[in-house]
Write a protein that binds this ligand. Structure first.
Ligand SMILES: NC(=O)c1ccc[n+]([C@@H]2O[C@H](COP(=O)([O-])OP(=O)(O)OC[C@H]3O[C@@H](n4cnc5c(N)ncnc54)[C@H](OP(=O)(O)O)[C@@H]3O)[C@@H](O)[C@H]2O)c1
Length: 290
């Protein structure tokens, strides 16, 4: 397809809003839907057709992006939209919904709309990279039929990594997020220990900087800890969801640290930190002396 495909974005939260904004900037025709309509209203002037429901949003769209919180919401929304999907449309599921929900979604669509191409396409990268079209799309499914989806991925990200049959990328996404979650907890604990010894986040970063441990992700999260500004790039709630999805799918893989993190992060969510960035686990630990 040389012409730009028409795109529908279901879910205009932190990530979906950034996708829609980038597509509009690049001249795509974009339709969008969000449960809380107000989150899409700022894009209307830029050309977004803000639909009243998922069905209306997907009408005429060549590519449909689902970027919703979890598997249940995604399945329910796509079930509602399915009858209105354009013949032969491509549905790209880009949220982190785990393996069971992805498999169920593949089954739902195979039954209700066998003409539709399903691409499993979760993303690596958080809100700011999404706003700057710098995310990496982890794609799986029938790549030979996915030209329209690839045009869309090129507009919202810095690259696409194809991983095989649909479902493979949701598996890899859980691998990547279990790494990210472990890194965040380890950073929070190391920073707590540093504070206990009288070191600042800057002292810690100066030691890491330039060496193999100086992950840019750690630098960004240390910045949040230093400023105390936990405006969410990624909600702690969603990170906890991802840890659980990884544990649920782990089969024979033993992941004791991840199990402990789930316990601690659930306590942080219960203490009211769920809507903040996951770096707020530092704040939670600081509020709970040993
Ligand atoms: N932020 C990140 O760094 C990041 C990175 C990669 C992947 N992800 C994944 O991408 C997905 C979206 O993340 P996000 O950061 O964009 O989250 P977000 O800002 O919280 O947005 C969540 C979206 O899901 C919708 N939603 C939630 N519950 C719903 C329900 N019951 N019915 C209908 N819509 C519902 C929200 O609608 P309302 O606005 O009405 O609440 C919103 O559109 C999640 O699976 C997340 O794990 C996030």
């Amino acid at each position: 397809m040389s012409q730009q495909p028409a795109v529908a974005v279901l879910g205009l939260g932190a990530m979906g809003h950034a996708f829609a904004a980038n597509l509009l900037k690049k001249g795509f025709v974009v339709r969008g839907w969000n449960r809380t309509r107000a989150k899409g209203e700022d894009l209307v002037d830029a050309g977004l057709h803000l639909a009243a429901n998922p069905r209306e949003a997907v009408e005429g769209a060549d590519v449909v992006i689902a970027m919703l919180a979890d598997g249940e919401t995604t399945r329910q929304t796509l079930r509602e939209a399915a009858p209105a999907l354009k013949q032969g449309a491509t549905v790209c599921q880009m949220g982190t919904i785990g393996i069971a929900a992805t498999d169920a979604l593949i089954g739902d669509l195979a039954q209700s709309r066998p003409d539709v191409l399903f691409i499993d396409a979760p993303v690596s990268g958080t809100k700011a990279p999404a706003e700057n079209a710098q995310i990496l799309v982890l794609a799986s499914g029938d790549r030979d039929r996915a030209q329209a989806a690839e045009q869309v991925f090129a507009a919202i990200g810095k690259g696409t990594q194809w991983l095989g049959e649909a479902g493979a990328s949701s598996r890899m996404k859980l691998v990547v997020n279990s790494w990210l979650i472990g890194l965040m907890q380890s950073l929070a604990e190391s920073t707590r220990l540093a504070a206990e010894f009288g070191f600042s986040t800057d002292d810690l970063w100066q030691v890491l900087d330039g060496g193999p441990l100086a992950a840019p992700y750690a630098k960004m999260k240390l910045g949040m800890i230093a400023s105390g500004d936990y405006t969410p790039q990624m909600h702690l709630n969603w990170a906890l969801k991802d840890a659980r999805l990884a544990l649920d799918a782990a089969n024979e893989a033993r992941l004791p640290a991840l199990e402990n993190i789930v316990d601690v992060w659930q306590q942080a969510v219960d203490a009211g930190y769920g809507e903040q960035d996951l770096a707020a686990v530092y704040q939670y630990l600081a509020s709970q002396p040993r």
